[in-house]
Design a protein around this ligand. Structure first.
Ligand SMILES: Cc1cn([C@H]2C[C@H](O)[C@@H](COP(=O)(O)OP(=O)(O)O[C@H]3O[C@H](C)C(=O)[C@H](O)[C@H]3O)O2)c(=O)[nH]c1=O
Length: 180
């Protein structure tokens, strides 16, 4: 694994080592020691998998509120996604910064998202599978988010948005919530 800093932030793009042979390939996607050696305090407590069928669909933007903000490692194991994270931590030097990258099995990379970032992605192909390792348990009452097209943040999505959950369409604007 090779860690690449995203801008000035503590978020990391992780380039994976793919060991190919005549059968196919083998890739390590988690290693406690490698993360500890990188100075990242992350211990997975839950794993999630989501399937998104239609290209252009967007999931997000989501975060879990204090006192249980969720750090996560995200990997796209089928299809291709445009992954977006936004630093929404009140006192962060990179507050408001947006980092985006394409993730998919052909890119051989995954994303470490520190606690306090919002996360979302757009499917760039049909039949996308995204796998997550979560650094804290899911607490529905702390689950929160903002609109993928909130003008306060200004995320640029590569494709027209096709499918959005009712929940994601209904997030109030950040300006209305005094969250920004
Ligand atoms: C996140 C989560 C959800 N759920 C349940 C709650 C709902 O009944 C169902 C679907 O949840 P939701 O519509 O929030 O799923 P996504 O829109 O894919 O949300 C995820 O997408 C964005 C991109 C993320 O970064 C988060 O991992 C997560 O918020 O799974 C659980 O049981 N455990 C969980 O950890």
């Amino acid at each position: 694994m090779r860690f690449v800093q995203l801008g000035r932030s503590d978020a990391r793009l992780i380039e994976l080592t793919v060991r190919a042979d005549e059968r196919g390939s083998f890739t390590r996607t988690w290693c406690a020691k490698t993360f500890a050696d990188e100075g990242i305090d992350f211990q997975p407590v839950q794993g999630n998998s989501s399937v998104t069928r239609i290209s252009g669909s967007v999931r997000g933007m989501h975060f879990q509120r204090a006192p249980k903000p969720d750090a996560k490692i995200v990997r796209c194991s089928a299809g291709l996604i445009h992954d977006v994270i936004v630093d929404i931590r009140p006192n962060s030097p990179t507050r408001g910064e947006i980092y985006a990258c394409e993730l998919g099995p052909t890119t051989a990379r995954m994303l470490y998202i520190p606690a306090g970032f919002a996360h979302g992605f757009q499917a760039l192909t049909d039949d996308v599978t995204v796998e997550y390792l979560m650094g804290i348990e899911y607490v529905e009452d702390l689950s929160d988010g903002f609109r993928h097209d909130d003008p306060m943040i200004g995320i640029k999505w590569p494709q027209p948005v096709t499918v959005l959950s009712a929940k994601d369409a209904a997030w109030p604007l950040l300006a209305e919530r005094g969250l920004w």
